[in-house]
Design a protein around this ligand. Structure first.
Ligand code: ACO
Length: 444
């Protein structure tokens, strides 16, 4: 029978090493014994952007990027989008199993009864300028919650963790809604515990003078499904930030603020905002071919909402979002940007440039069009993504804390800077020579 090992011959020394292969991986630390001589630090692997490095073992989310498959705890995303609710999916991600009736009721009770914010958070939000980006407000207020719940730093205590998980899932929509109302100059709306998670969020965003707010059931359902689709995506940039910051045993408010900051970038959760800006810039369907040409020659921007590090096939979430779009447009009217998006997709899926690179629409390509049709300004798009992603961040964080193999995240580097040199007083400095770009050995 074939051995589950990898034999490596180090041609610098002629020595051969046999490394165990587990779950189709070798441990990078098993390369360390490969030394040129006794003074050598040992071999490392080099993987900027972690394109081929597994940073953890995880039981939360499975993606097969070639086949366009996404499962949460083994359940296909299509089934969850059709039959589950966002709170139930959040429970599943965090606990590993779907809840029983009693567990579900307790869970709903907890995440409904932790939605209110301390009044001082309101003052904090009021301190932002009228045009502050809501994502900046969300990142700041998430971190600020750490100061209201100092016990949250006891991250090794399961009871403390449980409480902060309730709070973060419950309060993130309230923070998001306050940021939105602030940017509109509208009074903040307190949570309504009689509404569903998505319904209450719509209430905190859009309620005006109604005695009680009744969310439109189609929009409420659409938002709930959008949250499900965004709930986790294994080791993406923001989950990696959550795990990395959390690995220093920072409290979950600071860790999730870091995750939200990572999400903000236009190559990650900020892409849905970038897609909308791109569609506006294109303006009409007839400008699409010219825009595609600019993308291909590298003169313009990338085709935002296209391409993915993992999916080399149609993102399964984008397929579901396309279906929701029709339901939302029936209520809110058709978003004219949809025609531009459909034309972009049609041309790109036939174009050699995109076909060869396996670039398909990702989750962000259509989500922004729906959000806009629902009445959200573009700046809110990444905030909506963050609400959906919070259970995933927390599940990843908790899994990391309970994983005996994990330690503080601390990558190595290949140092390419100056060798040691002596300090020169200011009057003796001329032009400083460029550093020799030869890799030095890593520090031990
Ligand atoms: N438009 C045009 N060309 C693209 C695009 C795009 N959207 N995405 C990748 N490419 C090209 C690259 O130029 C590169 O071409 P080359 O081989 O000729 O140099 C090739 O495809 C591979 O691209 P990489 O950047 O190496 O792929 P990577 O896996 O690092 O990037 C990413 C993935 C960041 C998502 C990229 O596809 C991108 O920038 N997409 C647009 C932004 C976007 O939609 N982000 C949202 C991702 S989903 C999410 O985070 C929720």
């Amino acid at each position: 029978m074939a051995k589950n090992t990898l034999s490596i011959t180090d041609n610098r020394t002629g020595k051969t090493y046999e490394l165990p292969v587990t779950d189709d991986t070798i441990k990078a630390i098993d390369l360390r014994p490969l030394k040129f001589d006794d003074t050598d630090f040992g071999l490392m692997s080099y993987d900027p952007a972690f394109t081929n490095t597994a940073s953890c073992r995880s039981q939360i989310t499975f993606i097969d990027g070639d086949r366009g498959i996404l499962w949460y705890r083994g359940y296909p995303i299509e089934q969850l989008a059709e039959m589950s609710t966002f709170p139930e999916t959040a429970y599943l991600l965090l606990h590993g199993e779907l809840p029983t009736q009693a567990e579900y009721e307790q869970w709903i009770y907890e995440i409904t009864h932790h939605t209110f914010l301390h009044e001082n958070v309101k003052k904090l939000v009021e301190g932002f300028r009228y045009d502050a980006h809501p994502m900046g407000m969300l990142v700041s207020t998430l971190a600020a919650l750490s100061t209201f719940y100092p016990e949250s730093k006891e991250v090794r205590d399961p009871e403390v963790r449980r409480k902060q998980i309730y709070r973060l899932i419950a309060k993130t929509p309230t923070l998001a809604a306050f940021a939105y109302r602030h940017s509109r100059g509208l009074p903040y709306v307190q949570p309504d515990n009689d509404l569903s998670y998505a319904g209450n969020f719509l209430n905190m965003l859009f309620r005006m003078s109604e005695v009680s707010y009744e969310p439109n059931p189609v929009l409420e359902k659409a938002l709930d499904v959008l949250f499900i689709l965004h709930a986790d995506h294994e080791q993406n940039c923001s989950a990696n930030a959550m795990r990395s910051v959390g690995s220093s045993l920072a409290d979950p408010y600071c860790s999730s603020a870091a995750a939200a900051a990572a999400l903000y970038g236009p190559l990650h959760g900020g892409a849905n905002e970038a897609v909308l800006r791109m569609l506006h810039e294109i303006g009409t369907v007839k400008n699409v071919p010219k825009f595609i040409e600019k993308v291909k020659t590298g003169e313009g921007t990338r085709l935002m909402g296209f391409g993915h590090r993992i999916y080399k096939n149609y993102d399964p979430r984008a397929k579901i979002i396309k279906q929701i779009a029709d339901q939302v447009f029936e209520v809110m009217g058709r978003n004219p940007l949809l025609d531009i998006a459909l034309e972009l997709e049609r041309i790109a899926l036939q174009d050699d440039y995109f076909v060869k690179r396996k670039l398909y629409p990702n989750v962000d390509f259509y989500s922004g069009i729906i959000y806009q049709a629902m009445g959200f300004p573009v700046e809110m798009f990444p905030v909506l993504f963050a609400i959906g992603r919070m259970p995933g961040w927390l599940a990843q964080w908790q899994e990391m804390l309970l994983d005996a193999e994990q330690k503080i995240a601390r990558p190595r580097q290949v140092y390419t800077g100056h060798k040691q040199r002596d300090y020169l007083p200011l009057e003796r400095r001329g032009g400083v020579p460029e550093p020799e770009r030869k890799p030095a050995r890593a520090a031990t």
